[in-house]
Design a binder for this molecule. Structure first.
Ligand SMILES: Cc1ncc(COP(=O)(O)O)c(C=O)c1O
Length: 385
């Protein structure tokens, strides 16, 4: 089997699973309980938070545990909009965000907030001048993703950060679910970032657990009210086995990070070299300015889902761009925002790599894809004019 769908989810690491099992079996007290079982759980909870904070270079009390990227995004966006509603009701995002961001903005729009969705260029990148023009005295929030999940564009978070230095009251949220462990962290997590979202199942930890980074002093209205866990920001008994597993997964992810990213990039480069210049192939994820692990391309004339299933028959697993949206949307929303022709957008597939993938798998992919390509190229008369 070749699994090139790591941006959808990753396989749990056996060491992480062992930690999960051990904590679920041995350290099952409620961290809020006053007795020693609770105390032990509380200590592990805080040790996990400390480890993650140190690995990310932030303060322990800036890390909040959530159920994943979707919840972190909802909390950052709606929590800011509600918190700051007295000061302004204008909020800004891009037109290529994950549904958990895009739909949070739509929900707020329906409640009367004014939303600006920044356009993108042909590489799926927002323009900092557009943001400059959109900002006004009513703006309370800017939310722009670090790495696009459909084609891998790295957004100009550093330039945006420089601009937002002049707008200290605007909260800056970056969805970094696709960005951690790809050796680009400094580009997408600057000191100006106030809020950032991470999801553990994207880096070999369990599903249903994630992180919201919230800079010291920044205010959010909680969306989950209850027992006051996570300093009142996210009530609900903590998922300690998953949190401890995630802490281990972050450590493993960041070990030899440059080497791993280099390997992923080499796979992307190899497949890109094979695809480029082939009639009917459109590549949307060049090397420069893009994450090393995502390669989105289209083979004109074949729907993405047909290609996904044709590859699946050969035991190769890929996505039609964003797996989360691919059962509901016909086209990749990022490609639509880039004004890619509909026929080509519906043909796009996404390969996403991680450190466990090999060059042999890249060779095998090329061998299998080449047969498919030749077959369809003949039917569709590609390259004949
Ligand atoms: C960029 C981005 N943001 C948010 C999410 C949602 O994360 P989760 O699955 O943990 O809710 C995803 C998942 O694919 C994503 O790619």
């Amino acid at each position: 089997m070749i699994y090139f769908d790591n941006s959808a989810t990753t396989q749990i690491n056996p060491e992480v699973l062992a930690t999960y099992n051990k904590v679920a079996t041995d350290i099952w007290g409620n961290p809020s309980s006053l007795h020693k079982l609770g105390d032990r759980s509380h200590q592990l909870l805080e040790a996990s938070r400390k480890q993650i904070a140190e690995l990310l270079g932030v303060k322990q009390h800036e890390i909040f545990f959530t159920s994943g990227g979707t919840e972190s995004n909802n909390t950052a966006i709606k929590g800011t909009a509600i918190q700051k509603r007295e000061f302004g009701k204008h909020i800004i995002t891009s037109s290529v965000e994950h549904a958990s961001v895009a739909n949070s903005f739509t929900a707020l729009e329906n409640l009367g907030y004014r939303v600006t969705r920044l356009p993108v260029d042909k590489k799926g990148r927002v323009n900092v001048n557009d943001l400059r023009n959109a900002l006004d005295s009513d703006t309370t929030l800017v939310s722009i993703m670090g790495v696009n999940n459909e084609i891998g564009t790295i957004q100009p978070i550093e330039e945006i950060s420089d601009l937002l230095e002049n707008y200290p009251t605007v909260q800056f949220h970056v969805d970094n679910v696709q960005a951690l462990g790809k050796n680009i962290w400094e580009q997408v997590f600057t000191p100006r970032v106030d809020l950032s979202s991470l999801s553990a199942h994207k880096f070999h930890a369990p599903r249903g657990i994630g992180i919201l980074y919230k800079k010291e002093g920044k205010m959010l209205t909680p969306l989950h009210d209850g027992g006051g866990q996570e300093k009142g920001l996210r009530s609900g008994t903590e998922n300690l086995p998953a949190i401890a597993g995630m802490a281990k997964a972050v450590r493993l992810l960041l070990e030899d990070e440059p080497e791993k990213a280099k390997r992923e990039l080499a796979i992307k480069q190899k497949i890109t070299d094979y695809l480029k210049d082939k009639p009917g192939i459109h590549i949307f994820s060049p090397i420069d300015g893009f994450a090393p692990h995502i390669l989105c391309f289209a083979l004109e004339g074949i729907r993405g889902e047909t290609l996904v299933h044709t590859l699946e028959e050969q035991d190769i697993f890929v996505s039609t761009t964003s797996a989360c949206a691919s059962k509901t949307a016909d086209e990749a929303s990022t490609l639509v925002a880039m004004k890619v022709d509909d026929k080509i957008a519906t043909s796009a597939i996404r390969l996403s790599f991680d450190e466990s993938n090999t060059m042999e798998e890249a060779d095998k992919f090329i061998e299998v894809f080449d047969k498919i390509y030749k077959h369809f190229a003949k039917i569709n008369h590609l390259g004949e004019n």
